[in-house]
Design a protein around this ligand. Structure first.
Ligand code: RB5
Length: 146
């Protein structure tokens, strides 16, 4: 993908991991759109899932990374917008397949269930893997994505 912009959003449980992934992204040459949260104070994950969906819809970034404690709540929230295909992944294999088969445009990670090195591996797999298209294209179209 030519646009090297990645949007990031997290709740308080995902805040620290979001910061670490932001550093990793900068070191890999990506430009960031940081949608918060920006501290450890308790916030509500639906607000940050929606912020990610709104940012992608507004074309502020072509893809994003969202983080909460498990990755579940924030991915449910983001996926309420049909422009979003957020995939909750747990390792580089699921992150790679989320791109190859599902054309995921958002990587969701659970900070309380994922180590930093695994999260970085997932991030690289998510960013570097193209969509396979073909039969998967038909299926993704059926999801109603634009
Ligand atoms: C916050 O405590 C936690 O519930 C949230 O980060 C997330 O795991 C919800 O799915």
């Amino acid at each position: 993908m030519t646009d090297k912009t990645v949007a990031l959003a997290a709740d308080h449980a995902g805040y620290e991991l979001k910061q670490s992934l932001a550093e990793e992204l900068v070191s890999l040459g990506y430009r960031l759109v940081d949608l918060g949260t920006n501290g450890p104070e308790s916030v509500d994950y639906p607000d940050y899932g929606k912020a990610m969906a709104d940012a992608l819809t507004a074309k502020r970034a072509p893809r994003g990374v969202i983080v909460c404690g498990t990755g579940i709540g924030i991915s449910i929230a983001a996926n309420r917008n049909p422009s979003v295909r957020a995939a909750l992944c747990h390792d580089s294999t699921t992150a790679r397949l989320a791109r190859q088969h599902n054309d995921a445009n958002v990587l969701a990670i659970g900070a309380r269930v994922t180590g930093l090195e695994t999260a970085k591996d997932m991030l690289r797999a998510f960013l570097d893997t193209p969509f396979e298209g073909g039969r998967h294209g038909r299926r993704v179209e059926k999801l109603g994505a634009p």
